[in-house]
Design a binder for this molecule. Structure first.
Ligand SMILES: Nc1ncnc2c1ncn2[C@@H]1O[C@H](COP(=O)(O)OP(=O)(O)O)[C@@H](O)[C@H]1O
Ligand SMILES: Cc1cn([C@H]2C[C@H](O)[C@@H](COP(=O)(O)O)O2)c(=O)[nH]c1=O
Length: 218
């Protein structure tokens, strides 16, 4: 029986790498799939991983209908055994419902990949609907780490290394960006709550006005 699976985690935990690996493994066994994504950092109609892998993909737009897209391919004589859907947090809730229809009515496996929460720790609409509808939610095994060494569970948005809490939900970006750019950093919940990024933690340790690092409740 086909299934709808949501592989989730923080930014930089290997989701796109896993998506490309899964596509490779299925293709190697003669299965035919379609890769789809929305707003990849590398540009439109592309899926990219920080390990250097990338592939062409179908770009999902606001008015894209997953069910209609697959039916169209099948009607044109194509074969579709599975869908790989990256950056699924950016999909609309209705689009996730369409993915569930693809699984249930067309018996096609749908593997989705995305971050669950935004820089304010709120669920993205696509992720929320996937958690509600998926047959399985899988948390990636490769753990991204907070600067303190604990497992990173949350995504912070930064400007010049300082965490910000105001702004649009969607701002395409990356970790490790230059000082003046909007970027992201993964943190444990404790440090996300305290808005303590690697840069601000370093600055507070270096400041003569604060207690030594180990004496602080960080
Ligand atoms: N130079 C490197 N050497 C080994 N692994 C790396 C390197 N750069 C990135 N990675 C791995 O790639 C992961 C990020 O993969 P990616 O698929 O881009 O993540 P995501 O899609 O979840 O944001 C990192 O967590 C790390 O494990
Ligand atoms: C937390 C957060 C992230 N984003 C964007 C930033 C990136 O373009 C993607 C995540 O990509 P990754 O492959 O998982 O690294 O999401 C955003 O728009 N808003 C946010 O709050």
């Amino acid at each position: 029986m086909a299934e709808l699976v949501f592989f989730s985690g923080t930014m930089d935990c290997g989701k796109s790498t896993l998506a490309l690996q899964m596509d490779h493994n299925h293709t190697a066994r003669g299965r035919q799939g379609v890769i789809l994504t929305r707003n990849d950092r590398a540009g439109a109609a592309t899926i990219s991983s920080r390990l250097g892998l990338r592939a062409e993909a179908v770009e999902v737009t606001d008015d894209f209908d997953f069910h209609a897209h697959v039916v169209h391919r099948l009607s044109a004589g194509g074969r579709v055994d599975y869908l790989i859907c990256d950056e699924a947090q950016f999909f609309a809730a209705e689009q996730v419902d369409q993915l569930a229809r693809v699984v249930d009515e067309l018996d096609i496996d749908v593997y989705t990949f995305g971050i669950t929460t935004d820089f304010r720790t709120r669920l993205f609409p696509g992720s929320q609907r996937l958690i509600e509808l998926a047959d399985r939610v899988e948390v990636l095994q490769v753990e991204a780490l907070c600067w303190c060494g604990a497992r990173a569970t949350h995504n912070a948005r930064t400007v010049g290394g300082v965490m910000v809490v105001e702004g649009a939900q969607v701002v395409i970006g990356d970790i490790s960006v230059s000082e003046d750019e909007v970027g992201y950093e993964v943190l444990c919940r404790r440090h996300h709550r305290r808005r303590l990024t690697a840069a601000t933690a370093r600055a507070s340790v270096l400041s003569p006005d604060v207690l030594p690092f180990e004496d602080q409740q960080v």
